[in-house]
Design a protein around this ligand. Structure first.
Ligand SMILES: [Zn+2]
Length: 473
């Protein structure tokens, strides 16, 4: 996740038996063993999402909204048409027996009106809307791994994290709904196609000075820079939702990846952004670099943000978008900003400040740099931090902090992770910075950062060196 520097911005059983004649029959699943979600995008009187869930035999009776607060009542229908109004308590609904299907409405525009635009609970412009699936999609409280789900969206074109089949049907598993990612409705589409990946992009509003082709070209540049860190783009297909924010010029004001399967990215972009500002942007690259590491369970924000922050500067140097001097200047500036926040505290204390605190990002980035240097030192510059990411990727989309350390040691061919971690965590944050940069030959000159010959400068040159790959092969 990333904020544009300087201006962080957030867009801000009671059962009532009613006789209910004339309830339309639910649309059942094609697969009789699958839970079926029928989602309808409604425009009148205001934008809303109508959700119908057709249950199957054996469906768990406890359901929940991963992010509670958006739906207060769910209508449950028995086989004979009897309708029960179920209250949602703390996001949870316990179904009585013999329920055939559920219906409820998520009042999108009412939520936006009450809370202001918000990346999770809803935002948008014209006929386009954006929100997180977790705000409006009810799901089984426990997701049995073998429970299949079918999902369709009617009433508009949607961009969900998953790929539908030719008929528009999404075939999922119940666990895909635990983090159902970001969802876009309406708007326009563009696509970034490269030999190993496709980015499907929804533009959910209008820009004053760039067109969709320029938006997609900007995303393509970032995707190519990801390939300077990983051998191939980490997922064959990823979705990106771009949300213009009125009255703002910044290329990307805020970005976030949600760990849906596959991950989904959404970006708040200044409506008045220019193509030239896209060239200087780092936020979209930072978000895409989160795709290069596994989702850590439980989460370790300082590590994931540290990796993305560190590689954001290297990748821009490797692609030629910035000079090596500029990349080191960005890193040194970031360390200085992190240091001001950290004061005399240890890294261990700093990373407890919060997931998205400045100190968390930059102590993490310094640790990532040190890790990369140590792996290169002990392997004669033959192995590096990217090899750790490749190794973890072979093992699947999620990992643990412990497995990350084991992978570092495996790539290094010797144990070094625990000792290096202890050195950083227990000492005053950023205490390792001077010695590390000196050994790499990164020094402050009269006109900014100078790169000079030093003990490990050959490692530094290998880290920052140009490496745009020929992806046409
Ligand atoms: Zn991030």
């Amino acid at each position: 996740m990333s904020f544009a520097r300087g201006r962080p911005m957030l867009w801000g059983l009671a059962l009532v038996a009613l006789s209910c004649l004339g309830v339309p029959r639910p649309r059942p699943a094609k697969d009789p063993a699958a839970l079926r979600y029928n989602i309808t995008y409604v425009r009148e009187p205001t934008h809303a999402l109508d959700v119908e869930v057709v249950l199957v035999r054996g469906t768990p009776r406890a359901f929940r909204f991963t992010q509670p607060g958006g739906v207060h009542t769910v209508s449950a229908f028995r086989e004979d048409g009897e309708r029960l109004e179920l209250s949602v308590k703390d996001g949870q609904v316990l179904l009585p027996s013999n329920i055939r299907f559920l219906r409820y409405r998520y009042e999108l525009d009412a939520r936006i009106g009450a809370r202001g635009p918000d990346l999770f609970s809803g935002g948008g412009e014209g006929d386009a809307r954006h929100l997180a699936g977790r705000a409006y999609l009810i799901r089984p409280n426990l997701a049995p791994p073998d429970l299949r789900v079918e999902l369709v969206v009617e009433g508009t074109e949607a961009l969900l994290p998953w790929q539908p089949d030719d008929t528009g049907l999404y075939r999922l598993r119940a666990e895909d709904l635990v983090d159902s990612g970001f969802h876009g409705f309406g708007g326009r589409r563009c696509q970034v196609v490269s030999p190993d990946a496709v980015l499907d992009v929804a533009v959910l509003g209008h820009f004053t000075s760039v067109d969709d082709t320029q938006v997609c070209a900007w995303l393509k540049q970032a995707a190519e820079e990801v390939r300077t860190v990983r051998r191939a783009f980490p997922y064959p297909r990823v979705t990106v939702r771009v949300i213009p924010v009125p009255g703002r010029e910044g290329p990307s004001l805020f970005g976030m990846v949600l760990w849906s399967s596959p991950p989904s990215i959404s970006l708040l972009v200044g409506q008045d952004a220019s193509a030239a500002s896209f060239e200087r942007d780092w936020v979209v690259l930072h978000e895409m670099l989160h795709l290069t590491h596994p989702a850590f369970l439980p989460r370790v924000p300082w590590l994931s943000e540290g990796l993305a922050t560190y590689f954001t500067e290297l990748a821009r140097a490797r692609s030629g978008r910035q000079s090596a001097e500029r990349a080191w200047e960005e890193l040194v500036d970031g360390f200085a900003r992190g240091r001001r926040v950290a004061g005399a505290r240890t890294m261990e204390e700093v990373v407890t400040d919060g997931d998205f605190a400045l100190g968390t990002y930059w102590t993490g980035a310094l640790f990532a740099l040190h890790l990369d240097v140590e792996i290169r030192r002990v392997t004669g510059n033959r192995r590096h931090l990217e090899d750790v990411l490749e190794l973890l990727a072979e093992r699947g989309p999620t990992s643990t902090f412990g497995a990350f350390g084991v992978a570092v040691d495996a790539v290094a061919g010797q144990p070094l992770f625990d000792a290096l971690l202890a050195r950083h965590l227990r000492r005053v944050a950023f205490a390792e910075q001077e010695g590390l940069l000196e050994a790499l030959g990164v020094t402050a000159g009269a006109e900014g950062i100078e790169l000079v010959s030093a003990r490990d400068s050959s490692l530094r040159e290998a880290m920052e060196g140009r490496r745009i790959r020929d992806v046409s092969r």
